[in-house]
Design a binder for this molecule. Structure first.
Ligand SMILES: [Zn+2]
Length: 51
């Protein structure tokens, strides 16, 4: 599976799973990605155009 935030591949037995009340599950490679996406509600990394 891949990290829901940074799309890095997550090895089995590692990473964090976050289950929302509505039943969807998100997987994160590190707690950092978990915090950024869940706690701070950041959107997944995307290349942004300057200007
Ligand atoms: Zn990640």
């Amino acid at each position: 599976m891949k990290c829901s935030y940074c799309s890095e591949e997550i090895e089995r037995g590692t990473g964090f799973a976050y289950v929302r009340k509505i039943g969807t599950v998100r997987y994160f490679c590190t707690k950092r990605c978990y915090r950024l996406n869940v706690i701070y509600n950041r959107k997944p990394n995307k290349k942004e155009m300057k200007g």
